[in-house]
Design a protein around this ligand. Structure first.
Ligand SMILES: Nc1ncnc2c1ncn2[C@@H]1O[C@H](COP(=O)(O)OP(=O)(O)OP(=O)(O)O)[C@@H](O)[C@H]1O
Ligand SMILES: [Mg+2]
Length: 468
């Protein structure tokens, strides 16, 4: 964070100083986990359901915190008292962002691919200047200000993922860190249970471009009609990316290699360049186009964009992480999360990587689909069969419609089995995997990870397992 006095912080968050010297400066980071506090920092105490951060105020001070931002006094601790520490953290983040005129805030949202594309954009902007981007999916009312608070005087780019579970969420996050560039990736059906309809999801995601100033830029996916139409909801300039003819930043002549990695011609108003990606999955064409559109806006020459895109790597885990086991099995660990759209891109990647090889997919439940749940799972199963996946392991009763969808495809030559849990899936894999197989692991978080971890552990003698 930039150095701010306790008086400045109290004024930014409308807080009351208690036992604190207003002139003392916070020079370190803002932390809500007392174990992360370093000298000169500020500790934020949340009164949570399980833990009350105020109980750790003393240890935070011992670790070097110059004050604690909390909702009640703790004797002997310099405090900034506010009614709501989370809201105060957001206001403080805004105060920091407002004090950094050279900072460009890049926000992105969409139903799938936010974290992936955030990581891609951040890798490109890092070639231009100091970049702050959160690790993983830190995209909510806590992760957002926490990340923004890491920006300092030398930070040039702040790349933030803006997640939405309801109308108004993105708008709120845009008040914390107002974007100058807003990227909207797609409107799918994730969280449709909470939103009610796809139109409502589009309404919520579009708040990201409504928040732009006139001199800002909206980067919109030309291939997604609901995103394309968001051009009408912004005062800012619009640049479209995609494969559609009207996209200014466009991919043409897309090809995939045997590892499912795309190459394409990047076509822009300034000219064309060849791009060869090291990332697996055709969907990375869309994500890298979005990143290219941002880099172009920031003045990166086309040739450098092409080189930058070719050098992109994976940053956040469990997203299209392809690894080879010593026993000749290829694993696609895409187990971080799942919704129907991301299942589709992952299954297509499996089909691509697995061309000419035996393919297996371990698929789990997709959460938060509401009334679309049955249909969403069924369609995924059907797609797996249509793509010719050889062996489908469907995990858990809640995911059973995937199994039914697959087996409803009459001319499918593959086989599906419905398993009770992840351990059962690991057992089946252990007995069935053969050298040359390609396995995809995907589902909505947590337990699906166990399957990917087991496949990894068995591949790595150092962690105790032998090759299956
Ligand atoms: N542009 C895309 N379109 C559809 N699916 C995608 C796209 N990019 C990535 N995916 C798929 O979505 C999965 C999740 O990606 P990622 O974690 O980047 O999404 P996210 O939007 O950040 O998700 P969350 O809402 O959980 O934070 C990937 O593992 C991949 O299977
Ligand atoms: Mg994410």
């Amino acid at each position: 964070m930039i150095a701010l006095s306790l008086a400045e912080i109290a004024s930014a968050v409308d807080g009351r100083l208690v036992a604190a010297d207003p002139a003392v400066q916070v020079t370190g980071s803002v932390e809500f986990d007392s174990r992360k506090v370093t000298p000169g920092g500020l500790f934020v105490a949340f009164d949570g359901e399980k833990v009350d951060g105020h109980d750790f105020a003393d240890s935070a001070v011992q670790a070097g915190a110059v004050a604690v931002l909390g909702s009640r006094e703790v004797s002997g601790v310099p405090m900034i008292i506010v009614a709501d520490p989370l809201a105060a953290m957001a206001r403080l983040a805004r105060a920091v962002v407002d004090r950094l005129p050279e900072l460009t805030v890049i926000g992105l949202t969409g139903s799938s691919g936010k974290t992936t594309t955030k990581d891609l954009i951040a890798q490109l902007t890092a070639r231009l200047g100091e970049t702050v981007a959160p690790p993983g999916s830190f995209n909510n009312e806590l992760g957002h200000p926490y990340t923004a608070l890491q920006a300092g005087p030398s930070t040039r780019y702040l790349v933030l993922e803006k997640g939405a579970r309801g109308i108004g969420h993105v708008r709120y996050l845009c008040e914390v860190a107002p974007p100058r560039i807003s990227v909207v990736l797609n409107v799918g059906v994730s969280h449709i249970g909470e939103f009610g309809s796809q139109e409502n999801i589009a309404l919520a995601k579009g708040e990201l471009v409504e928040a732009l100033p006139a001199e800002g830029l909206a980067v919109l996916n030309a291939d997604d009609p609901l995103v394309d139409a968001m051009a009408e909801r912004t005062a800012a300039r619009v640049v479209r990316y995609g494969e559609a003819a009207h996209a200014e930043v466009r991919a043409a002549e897309v090809t995939l290699d045997e590892r499912g990695r795309a190459a394409y011609t990047l076509v822009t108003p300034e000219g064309s360049a060849s791009v060869r990606l090291g990332l697996t999955g055709r969907h990375q064409v869309w994500n890298t186009l979005a990143a290219a559109a941002v880099a172009r806006e920031l003045g990166m020459p086309l040739a450098e964009i092409a080189v930058g895109l070719g050098a992109l790597g994976l940053v956040s885990t469990r997203r299209m992480d392809v690894f080879e086991r010593p026993d000749g099995v290829t694993v696609i660990d895409d187990s971080y999360n799942a919704n129907p759209a991301s299942m589709a891109v992952a299954l297509r990647a499996l089909a691509g990587v697995g061309a000419g090889r035996r393919t297996l997919a371990v698929l789990g439940y997709m959460a938060e689909l509401g009334e679309y749940e049955e249909q969403g799972h069924t369609e995924v199963g059907r797609l797996a069969a249509e793509l010719g996946v050889d062996r489908l392991l469907v995990v858990g009763d809640t995911a059973a419609p995937i199994h039914r969808g697959a087996t409803s495809v009459g001319d499918w030559g593959g086989e599906s089995v419905l398993l009770t849990d992840q351990a059962a899936a690991v057992e089946v894999l252990r007995s069935e995997l053969r050298p040359g197989d390609v396995v995809l692991v995907k589902g909505s978080r947590y337990r699906t990870w166990e399957v990917a971890d087991a496949l990894r552990a068995e591949a790595d003698p150092a962690t105790g397992g032998g090759a299956a």
